[in-house]
Design a protein around this ligand. Structure first.
Ligand code: COA
Length: 330
C-alpha cells in the first residue's frame, strides 16, 4: 500500500451524559461499598444515559464538538467510523445514525467491534485511508452506552462501567507531516469466555430463555482479565513505540484504557514510565470501553495537559481479547 499523504488530527470532542451515578448510589442497589469500589478500582462515579438516549445520540454530540474545533463542515466528512459494543441496533450501523444526525448526505459509514480497543483499531483504518489518498477527511468515534448491557444486580460488574462518547476529525496534513506515527493491534479469541455478552447474537438469539438466564448482559471474570490486561497493554505500548521509532522518554502523556487504577499503576511500573505523565479520569467516568481513550485525549487537550507538537500514546485492552496502541503527534 503506497503511503502518499500525512495525517493530521484536526479536532477532538467528547460528550458525557449529565446523570451521575456515585458509589453511594450503588450502595443502595447492590451489596457493595464506596470503600471497596474506590480501593479495588479507583472509580468514584460514572455517567449514565437516560432511557431515551442511544449510543448515536452521544456520538453525534461529541462529533459536533470535534467538527467545530477542527473547523470542518459536516458535509466535508467522507467516512464515519464508530467503534462501539453498544450499537443503537444490530443494523443499521450506529455510524449511519451519526451520518443522519449530522445531516451528511453522502459518505462511507460503518461500525467496528473490537470492544475497548475499538478506537485504536479505528485509528488504523482512518490512518490508512488518509495516507493512501482514499479520503481527505474522516470522523472517528468511540461511543458507548454500557449501562444498557450492564446487569445492575451483579456487583462484580455493575460498579465498573459508564456511558460516554469521544470523536476525532482526521484529515490529510498540509505540510506532509504525519500526526499518527504508528498503530499496533493484537487479538486472541481463545479468551472469549472471560469477557463477553453471550445473549442476543446468532449463538444465543434473544428469547425468553436468554432473558431468564440474564445472558443479554455483559459478563466478566475480573481477576483473570486483570492479569492479561496488564501484560498486553504493556506489550502494545512497547510495540507502537518501536514501530514509530520514538523512545518512551519522548512521550508527553500515556492515555491508558481506564478499567482499573491498579491496572494503570501496574502498566506504568512495568514500562518504567512516571505516573505523573499517565492520564487518569476513571474516577469520574469508570470504564467507557471504546470511548475511553478518546474522551481522555479530548480532556487532556482541552485542559492543557498536552499541547500541539506533543507525543501522546493511547493504549487499550478489551473483550476478544483485543489490545492495541497508537502513537500520535498533536
Ligand atoms: N463490592 C464489594 N465486593 C465485591 C464487589 C463489589 N462491587 N465485586 C466483587 N466483590 C467481592 C468478590 O465477590 C470477592 O469476594 P470473595 O473473595 O468473598 O469471593 C472479592 O470482592 C474479591 O473479588 P475479586 O474478583 O478477587 O476482586 P479483584 O481485586 O480482582 O477486583 C475487579 C475485581 C473486577 C475490580 C478487577 O479484577 C478488575 O479490574 N479486572 C479487570 C477489568 C478489566 O481490565 N477490564 C478491561 C476490559 S473491559
Amino acid at each position: 500500500m503506497t503511503k502518499q499523504y500525512g495525517v493530521s488530527i484536526l479536532g477532538t470532542g467528547s460528550f458525557l451524559p449529565p446523570k451521575v451515578l456515585t458509589n453511594a448510589d450503588l450502595e443502595k442497589m447492590v451489596q457493595t461499598s464506596d470503600e471497596w469500589i474506590t480501593t479495588r478500582t479507583g472509580i468514584k462515579e460514572r455517567r449514565i444515559a437516560d432511557e431515551k438516549t442511544a449510543t448515536s445520540d452521544l456520538a453525534i454530540e461529541a462529533s459536533k464538538k470535534a467538527l467545530e474545533e477542527a473547523g470542518v463542515k459536516a458535509e466535508e466528512i467522507e467516512e464515519i467510523i464508530v467503534a462501539t459494543i453498544t450499537p443503537d441496533m444490530f443494523f443499521p450501523s450506529t455510524a449511519c445514525y451519526v451520518q443522519k444526525g449530522l445531516g451528511i448526505k453522502s459518505c462511507a459509514a460503518f461500525d467496528i467491534a473490537a470492544a475497548c480497543s475499538g478506537f485504536i483499531y479505528g485509528m488504523s483504518i482512518a490512518k490508512t485511508h488518509i495516507e493512501t489518498g482514499l479520503y481527505k477527511k474522516v470522523l472517528l468515534i468511540g461511543a458507548e452506552t454500557l449501562s444498557k448491557i450492564t446487569d445492575w444486580t451483579d456487583r462484580n460488574t455493575c460498579v465498573l462501567f459508564g456511558d460516554g462518547a469521544g470523536a476525532m476529525v482526521l484529515g490529510r496534513s498540509e505540510n506532509g507531516e504525519n500526526g499518527v506515527l504508528s498503530v499496533f493491534m493484537g487479538a486472541d479469541g481463545n479468551y472469549d469466555y472471560l469477557l463477553n455478552m453471550p445473549g442476543g447474537g446468532s449463538r444465543n438469539p434473544c428469547c425468553q430463555k436468554t432473558i431468564d438466564e440474564r445472558l443479554n448482559f455483559l459478563k466478566m471474570s475480573g481477576k483473570e482479565v486483570f492479569k492479561v490486561a496488564v501484560t498486553k497493554m504493556v506489550e502494545a505500548a512497547e510495540e507502537a513505540l518501536r514501530i514509530s521509532g520514538k523512545e518512551l522518554k519522548d512521550i508527553a502523556l500515556v492515555i491508558p484504557h481506564q478499567a482499573n487504577k491498579r491496572i494503570i499503576d501496574a502498566i506504568a511500573k512495568k514500562l518504567d514510565f512516571p505516573l505523573e505523565r499517565v492520564f487518569v479520569n476513571l474516577d469520574k467516568y469508570g470504564n467507557v470501553s471504546a470511548a475511553t481513550t478518546i474522551i481522555g485525549l479530548d480532556e487532556a487537550r482541552k485542559d492543557g495537559t498536552v499541547k500541539k507538537g506533543d507525543l501522546v500514546e493511547l493504549v487499550a485492552f478489551g473483550g476478544g481479547f483485543t489490545w492495541g496502541a497508537t502513537l500520535i503527534k498533536l
